[in-house]
Design a protein around this ligand. Structure first.
Ligand code: HEM
Ligand code: HEM
Length: 198
């Protein structure tokens, strides 16, 4: 074992971390993604109920939050890619395969959703705005029918993310209340983990 590896292991042992808990960065990014997805969905599903001015403001917020969501999802993926940050699954057998598949599916859907969102945003031939800051796009204007189809796909992917994430959340709650293991608790900071793990 080289020095830095030995140091890493020693630090983890002192911290009581056996590589089966999510660290603070992973936990923060996970809950930020969950919150942003919820806000994005709520904005998009309700903006048609409002007057034109309010609707346009909600759409601008959706684009700004969408850019933030894309950055946070990328950060989450990069973070788990860095050696030492990926936690091992504490489930076994088919449950392990199923839970990992759902996690990968959620990452794929989130990246796809961001790509579709940026494409719609730039498809009018104008830059998109992050709270007023213009971000020009690499694509030119797209035809109306194509823009309509991409919006439709973006809407369906949005629903799929919300449905899959709801199943994922129910599974997490089942672990906590029925199986009484620490799967749910390890997505919270250590101070809260004690209360949450039954
Ligand atoms: C999981 C997160 C997201 C959900 C659930 C979501 C959902 C939706 C829905 C349902 C629509 C309406 C589509 C229609 O016209 O029927 C929409 C529009 C749109 N979304 Fe998203 N979206 C998400 C993330 C993003 C991201 C990351 C971006 C990237 C910037 C983005 C950009 C847009 C744009 C530009 C529109 C069109 C708004 C307009 O008409 O001005 N969205 N979104
Ligand atoms: C849109 C919402 C959500 C998304 C996109 C999402 C996505 C993810 C992803 C991708 C992972 C895997 C992390 C990794 O190891 O790389 C994960 C783990 C986890 N999520 Fe979520 N999540 C969402 C909402 C929720 C909610 C609402 C709950 C709880 C009620 C929850 C509880 C958990 C738990 C406990 C884990 C750890 C699972 C394990 O240890 O195997 N998530 N989530």
């Amino acid at each position: 074992m080289n020095d830095s590896k030995a140091f890493d292991t020693a630090t983890r042992i002192i911290a009581g971390d056996d590589k089966t808990n999510y660290d603070g960065v992973a936990i923060t990014l996970h809950w930020l993604v969950a919150l942003l997805v919820l806000v994005q969905f709520a904005l998009a599903e309700t903006w048609d109920w409002f007057s034109r001015d309010t609707r346009e403001s909600m759409q601008s917020i959706h684009i700004s939050f969408g850019i933030l969501l894309a950055v946070v999802v990328l950060a989450e993926i990069i973070w788990r890619w860095i050696p030492g940050h990926r936690v091992s699954s504490i489930e076994q057998g088919w449950v392990r395969v199923a839970s990992k598949s759902v996690h990968y599916l959620l990452y794929i859907l989130l990246v796809l959703q961001a790509a579709l969102g940026f494409t719609i945003g730039w498809s009018g031939g104008h830059p998109i705005h992050l709270f007023g800051i213009a971000i020009p796009g690499p694509i030119g204007a797209l035809s109306r029918p194509l823009r309509h189809d991409i919006r439709e796909i973006h809407s369906w992917v949005g629903w799929t993310i919300v449905i899959v994430a709801s199943g994922h959340a129910l599974a997490a709650l089942y672990h906590h209340y029925a199986l009484r293991d620490r799967v749910f608790g390890r997505m919270f900071p250590p101070a809260r983990r004690g209360e949450l793990v039954a």
